[in-house]
Structures are given as C-alpha cells and as structure tokens.
Design a protein around this ligand. Structure first.
Ligand SMILES: C[S@@+](CC[C@H](N)C(=O)[O-])C[C@H]1O[C@@H](n2cnc3c(N)ncnc32)[C@H](O)[C@@H]1O
Ligand SMILES: [Zn+2]
Length: 340
C-alpha cells in the first residue's frame, strides 16, 4: 500500500467500517482487519482493497463483475501522455462545471468519489487542500489515479478499491459525495444512490451525473451505425477522432460510449423521486430545469436554484435530444441532505 494511503487510513480509521459485516476495522501496520467478523483486507497491486461483492439474491441481475472486467481492459477516462498537475488543472478548469466546483468547494472539505475511474476529479479537487478519497471497483483505473497522484505529490488524494453497494465507510462521514457517470453502469441505480446517499453528513451534499433518457438518443443512434458498419463510421463521434487527446484516451472514450456492457438512462424527474426517498433537497442541476437558462461563471452551484415545474422540465428534456450529443447526453444533479 502506498505510504500516503497507509498513513491516511491509520489516522482516520474511525471513518472506515467492514464492508462485509459493518464492524470496526483495525489497522495493524500492514493490513486492515475487522474486529467483528475477522475478515482481513489486503492490498492489491499497491492499492488498498476494501472490495466486497453485492451478495444479492441470485435472481437479481448483478452486472458488477462484467463492468469491472470491461473497465479493467479500458480504464476510463485514462490520461494524456503529457499530463501533469498543470495540464490537469488547465483541462479541468476549461470545463465550466469543474471550474465552478473548484472555486466553490471550500478547502478542508472531506469528499468521497464513488466510481472515480482513473481519478482525474479526485486528484484535481485534492489540489486546493481538500481531502478526497477516490473509490472504484476497477484496480487498473485506481492504479493510474494513484500513479498520477504519486508522480505529482498530491498528498490529499487517496485511492481505495470499493464497491459502492458495499461501502467501507461509516454513514454520514462526508461533506460531499460525488458519483459522476457511474450509477447508470450498475444493475440498480436507485439502490446505488441510497447506498452512497447514506455516506453524506446531514447538511452535506451529493453530486451525481447520469445519462439522460433523451440526451442519449444521438449516441444510441451512432452505436447502431457503428455496429452495422463494423466501426467504420467512427468519425461521426468527434472525440473518437480528436487529435487533441492521446490514442489511449480516444479508445477509452469510444469503448465507454459505444461498447459498454451495461447502461441505463434517467431524468431529473426520476432523480427528484430518489431525493425524496432519502431526505435530500434539490439544489442545482446541469442543464438547469428551467428552459433557456444557461449556466455561466456566476453560477452558485451550492445555492438552491429554482426547480422548474413539470412543463418546464419537459421542455428541457426535449431540448436534450438536440444538445445531448455534445457530452454523451449527460445531466448532473446536486442535492443537500436535510438535517435530522
Ligand atoms: C464511465 S466511468 C466514470 C469514471 C469517472 N467518474 C469519470 O467521470 O470520468 C464509470 C466508473 O464506475 C465504476 N463502477 C461501476 N460500478 C461500480 C460499483 N459498483 N462500485 C464502484 N465503482 C463502480 C467503473 O469501474 C468505472 O470506473
Ligand atoms: Zn466484518
């Protein structure tokens, strides 16, 4: 296990729990074990592994193993050959949303990212003195994230292998839980949401990014075309042929978008139902839920925004058919956990 993760786990052992039985974990110089069930959690290839499988009823579909092996082969989103802290900051801040997050999430915030992939956001957000734990089921992605972290001496980013359905953290431990582009690659997005929502402190925030039901139509159409032409029409996806990013990143994007073994699609209306079930209040979304209102540099992501009514949300949903093709038909919701 990397020294930086070892020290972090030892110093913060009260945050962790056994993903199998929920018991307290003890850290004994090299290995983690559960004081309840006795399970030990070894490291895997230098990454601390607190992975535990879902153990659902066999009748319930479980795509975790398929998704894991898919991303082990093509970790997402991967890095460009020349990436360093400077380029990571420059690229992230070029995207308005990441810039707003960086400007508005205070130093000292304790963040958990569930499904961090190759760890760009975890590493990026840790730069300004926030403690960020990136978790994923995919070891190869975690290894890339932690290699970048080590090469750039980012002391506040940590990487742990964890299944978001079997968290290795105590409930109500985090100021902000992020899961961007992940829940729709699970068999049960609502259960996944409930699982990670439980880790947010009262008055803390959750941020989820999901594929949009209508925004994904253009991608679905391209997927069919690619299948029919044996990928000869790849040029229809700009990012797949962009010369600005590495070949590894292009391949990773193409596989993630068009060869993924499992994805589901959602709407803000559906997520509002999830929020109600878990005692969260809608704060902000991207795109906004009111038509023809754009997000700009003055947007306050963590201040409550107006929630559009049913009709307004319908217009925004339909607009996603036209605009969704840009970022793979994605929407983001930020919500706040109500105090008890
Ligand atoms: C599309 S990638 C998104 C990566 C990153 N969040 C981003 O926005 O670039 C989806 C990630 O979710 C992870 N994932 C899928 N199911 C998971 C689960 N049950 N627990 C933790 N991570 C999971 C995958 O391994 C993969 O790295
Ligand atoms: Zn245990």
């Amino acid at each position: 296990m990397r020294e930086c993760d070892r020290v972090f786990i030892a110093d913060n052992i009260e945050l962790f729990l056994c993903p199998q039985c929920g018991g307290d974990l003890v850290f004994d110089s090299e290995s983690l074990s559960c004081s309840g069930c006795g399970q030990t959690y070894a490291e895997d290839d230098g990454i601390s592994s607190l992975f535990w499988p879902n153990e659902w009823d066999p009748a319930k579909e479980d795509v975790t193993a398929r998704i894991k092996s898919f991303y082990e082969k093509t970790p997402f989103p991967n890095y460009d050959d020349f990436d360093n802290v400077g380029s990571l900051i420059a690229k992230a801040r070029r995207g308005l949303f990441a810039k707003l997050l960086d400007d508005q999430v205070p130093a000292g915030t304790r963040i958990l990212e569930c499904g961090c992939g190759t760890g760009q956001l975890t590493n990026f957000l840790s730069i300004a003195n926030r403690t960020v734990i990136g978790t994923d089921i995919c070891l190869n992605s975690l290894k890339m994230g932690s290699a970048f972290r080590d090469a750039n001496d980012l002391k506040r980013a940590h990487f742990i292998q964890m299944n978001l359905f079997r968290p290795a953290f105590k409930p109500r431990s985090f100021d902000l839980v992020i899961s961007n582009g992940v829940l729709h690659h699970t068999s049960d997005p609502l259960l996944a949401f409930k699982s990670i929502a439980n880790l947010v402190k009262p008055n803390g925030y959750i941020l989820i990014g999901l594929y949009h039901k209508y925004g994904r139509l253009a991608t679905d159409l391209r997927r069919v075309l690619f299948r029919l032409t044996r990928d000869r029409m790849k040029f229809l996806d700009q990012r797949t042929i962009s010369g600005d990013i590495s070949q590894a990143k292009r391949d990773s994007w193409f596989n993630d978008q068009y060869k993924n073994p499992h994805e589901s699609k959602h709407t803000v209306g559906e997520v509002l139902g999830w929020l109600e079930e878990t005692n969260f209040k809608f704060v902000h979304s991207l795109p906004k839920t009111v038509p023809f209102e754009n997000i700009d540099h003055s947007e306050r992501l963590f201040q409550p925004d107006r929630l559009g009514n049913l009709f307004e949300r319908l217009i925004v949903n339909l607009g996603m058919i036209v605009t969704g093709h840009k970022e793979g038909g994605f929407f983001i919701v930020i919500a706040r956990k109500m105090g008890d």
